[in-house]
Design a protein around this ligand. Structure first.
Ligand SMILES: NC(=O)c1ccc[n+]([C@@H]2O[C@H](COP(=O)([O-])OP(=O)(O)OC[C@H]3O[C@@H](n4cnc5c(N)ncnc54)[C@H](OP(=O)(O)O)[C@@H]3O)[C@@H](O)[C@H]2O)c1
Length: 255
């Protein structure tokens, strides 16, 4: 293992790696030597570009596809990983979305459940499957991608999303307690407002401007700024960090 490639010989699974923050996480882990299992759902072309980018730097990447907002598809995804799921060293549960901004009084149980399946249950089920391989090997790192919304409830129309992310942060801490003694580190990052398709879909330019103004750093963040923190959490430099939810938000919210 070299200093430039600390993840050489390790396999990383990154969900939601076709675009935005996940694509950047997959790339950064690959630049540091990891073989990456790239998960995508609907963005096939963008996922193919992520694979191409990783192979372009001499890295190794394999594509998997699944809708993680439906329980049956999560189970099929886990099955499709085959023997590889027993050898995942780094798991990043990044796939997530608020799916549809919906005022609370219009929120259906169906949408509530889909948001929870995508943002919480997928992380639960994939983590459980991967931990079964990590525990006997007594090593592994898991990073969950939560959200600043978990801290303040999110914007209007995001109650299900912010609730699911808050549960994901709590799950991170519970797992860290249970699996720390097995040599497995589990943490989360909590991005603030990051410049991705997420905001092209769910936020107005005025709202983004307002966030930038309210942020001590004077701007919103980039996917690479979150990916670098995830990579740090996966590294030996973070070997005594356990059960933490690291805020990456330019000072927008200080906790
Ligand atoms: N951007 C922000 O400001 C921000 C802030 C806080 C937290 N986050 C969190 O950071 C993570 C990444 O967000 P992002 O900003 O990079 O969002 P994004 O650009 O919209 O990308 C979302 C990723 O999640 C995947 N995904 C969405 N719905 C899915 C489904 N039903 N099944 C499987 N995968 C699905 C997408 O896959 P396909 O495109 O292939 O379908 C894509 O790879 C999410 O968990 C999000 O909640 C983002």
């Amino acid at each position: 293992m070299s200093k430039e490639k600390p993840f050489e010989g390790l396999t990383a699974l990154v969900t939601g790696a076709s675009r935005g923050i996940g694509a950047e996480i997959a790339f950064v882990l690959a630049t540091r030597g990891a073989s990456v299992l790239v998960h995508c759902y609907s963005s096939h072309e963008q996922a193919a570009k992520v694979i191409e980018r990783i192979r372009g730097i001499g890295g190794d990447a394999t594509l998997f596809r699944a809708d993680l907002s439906r329980s049956e598809d999560i189970q099929k995804f886990i099955a499709s990983l085959g023997a590889r799921r027993g050898f995942v060293d780094i798991l990043v549960n990044n796939a997530g979305s608020l799916i549809q901004r919906t005022p609370f009084l219009d929120l259906t149980e169906e949408l509530w459940n889909r948001v929870f399946t995508l943002n919480l249950s997928s992380a639960f089920l994939i983590t459980q499957a991967v931990l079964k391989g990590m525990v006997p090997r007594k090593r592994g790192v898991i990073v969950n991608v939560s959200s600043v919304a978990a801290r303040f409830g999110g914007g209007i129309g995001a109650v299900a999303y912010s609730s699911a992310k808050a549960a994901l942060s709590a799950m991170t801490k519970g797992l860290a307690r249970e699996f720390g003694p097995c040599g497995i580190r589990i943490n989360a990052v909590s991005p603030g407002t990051i410049d991705t398709d997420y905001h092209r879909q769910f936020s107005s330019p005025q709202a983004l401007e307002g966030v930038a103004k309210a942020t001590p750093m004077g701007r919103i963040g980039t996917p690479a700024e979150v990916a670098d923190v995830v990579s740090f959490l996966c590294s030996e430099e973070a070997r005594f960090i356990q059960g933490q939810v690291l805020e990456v938000n330019g000072g927008f919210l200080m906790v």
